[in-house]
Design a protein around this ligand. Sequence first.
Ligand SMILES: [Fe+2]
Ligand SMILES: [Fe+2]
Length: 128
Amino acid sequence: MIEINFPPLDSDHRFLMAMLDELARAAREGADANLLEDQSLEVTASLESHFAKEERMLEECLDAKRGQHMARHAELLDSMSAMNGAVLSALGPVGAYERVMSFANELALEVAAFDLEAAPGILALQKS
Ligand SMILES: [Fe+2]
Ligand SMILES: [Fe+2]
């Protein structure tokens, strides 16, 4: 995961990646649908609160790309919500593992595409 050099968001990103790693590992080890459901709901809640926090900052600093950026957040949140326990369980251990890892990769790409560019504006706002 790329660092954007704004610690409050970098630590969220690391935390989200660690949660996704855990979910992927549980899926690969054949955890049942209920356990996968619990973990998936936890990741979804953390992702939602991270996006909300970041979006408040984007609005505050009037980030030029906030429209596109927030639309990407909404898409990612939809695809995370769709990875519920039943769906992951139906994919089987390997399929579910790959699905979660592919989502983690999409999230990392979002950070590199949008958060990195927004960071200087957010930082300037925090210092002012
Ligand atoms: Fe982010
Ligand atoms: Fe973002």
